[in-house]
Design a protein around this ligand. Sequence first.
Ligand code: GAR
Length: 189
Amino acid sequence: MIKLALFASGSGSNVENIYEYFKNHNKILVDSVFCNNPNAFVIDRAKNLGIDSILFDHSKSSGIDLLNMLQKRNVSHVILAGYIRLIPEEIIDKFQEKIINIHPSLLPKFGGKGFYGSKVHSSVIESKEEYSGITIHIVNKEYDKGKILFQEKIKINENETPSTLSKRIHELEYFYFPQIIEKFLLDKL
Ligand code: GAR
């Protein structure tokens, strides 16, 4: 079985969507949710869904601590689904090409440190971009710089707001992210 740990820092709607997609899968299992924010709604979601959640303090837990937790659970891949921090080097080294992130813009635009969630959408609108979209990529040691696996774009509407854009981007994420994870993990991408 391919065992996934989902990392999240906020609401966790992608976590729930990924969990639902894989819940009866015969090769891929959502093992756990790793969360660095004690106030994140994803913790409630995980509880309601019956997924183990591991709350950690990114300023106190070392990369080695986190790596030990992942290895103890026999996790084979890590999925960043709305995770706001950089993944420690120790984990990147052990999980080479086995960590996937979703970013709510067309990278390399509007990526890097500090670009997270609604901040991305307001910057896209302020910059009068014609398109935005999603990027699914492999994680390396730099923010949003790993190999791109998939992108999909949408046209920015007249009167678009960060909140309408966020909603439209989330719809794309729900549709594509689980499928791309599945294809990548089963070597079908
Ligand atoms: C998603 O839009 C995801 O692409 C984004 O955070 C949101 C989390 O939503 N990730 C990043 O910005 C990573 N830099 P959710 O908590 O409802 O799944």
